[in-house]
Design a protein around this ligand. Structure first.
Ligand code: TYD
Length: 210
């Protein structure tokens, strides 16, 4: 039985997902909810090990290999962290989830949507978020933000290195997904300043958290 609320955040590079997640976590904790914040790929030792492989600029797995690594990481995270938290009644905020694989590996990477959706179902046991926020941003702005961030903290991931055209396709694919499921998705314009964006996000929280 699932009593908690599962919220995911999706979007391209530099859209400010992690900032909004941290703010929302603080907001909800202030209102007395147990909040679990996690991210994909990652969030458990097994999944963080898979993440290191996935983001290593020295390695070059093809999109189907990426999908299997991501699926292993996802299953571990769902079984050990997300599902137990939801069963306790917590709010789970996850930075990327199944839609990232549908977009990056399935639609842009060429693995195909159906294959990715099937693997996602296997990996998650069919666990679907109650709400997904898509932070939508012009990829040029997003990449510029990512460059500045990486300049500050050092290190670039394999995905940051892809050409602008790749990031444009990622944006279009996300918008297509969001249009198909307007019950689960909310698209938020991420060029807004942090405060305005957060205000809009609060308005779109699922019932029970508002
Ligand atoms: P990360 O540094 O966490 O980027 P971001 O801050 O943009 O979330 O790197 C995660 C990268 O992994 C990101 O570029 C997208 C990619 N990814 C996939 O390709 N498929 C997936 O299923 C997931 C979860 C991530």
């Amino acid at each position: 039985m699932q009593r908690g609320v599962f919220i995911t955040f999706e979007g391209g590079e530099g859209t400010g997902k992690s900032t909004q997640i941290a703010r929302l976590g603080e907001h909800l904790r202030g209102r007395g909810f147990e909040v679990v914040i996690t991210r994909e790929p990652g969030g458990t030792p097994v999944a963080e090990a898979a993440r290191a492989i996935l983001l290593d600029p020295e390695l070059d797995p093809d999109p189907l290999s990426e999908l299997f690594l991501l699926a292993a990481a996802r299953r571990d995270l769902v079984e050990r962290v997300i599902r137990p938290a939801l069963e306790r009644g917590a709010v789970v905020l996850c930075d990327r989830y199944t839609d990232s694989s549908v977009v990056y590996q399935g639609m842009v990477g060429g693995v195909g949507r159906e294959a990715v959706e099937e693997i996602n179902r296997l990996a998650t046991g069919g666990l679907v978020p109650g709400r997904t926020f898509l932070l939508d941003l012009d990829p040029e702005t997003g990449m510029e933000r990512t460059r500045r961030r990486n300049g500050a903290v050092g290190g670039r991931s394999r995905f940051d290195e892809k050409p602008l055209q790749f990031h444009r396709r990622v944006r279009d694919a996300y918008l297509e997904l969001a249009l198909e499921d307007t019950v689960r998705f909310r698209v938020l314009p991420a060029e807004e300043d942090e405060e305005t964006l957060f205000g809009r996000l609060l308005e779109e929280l699922p019932e029970g958290l508002r």
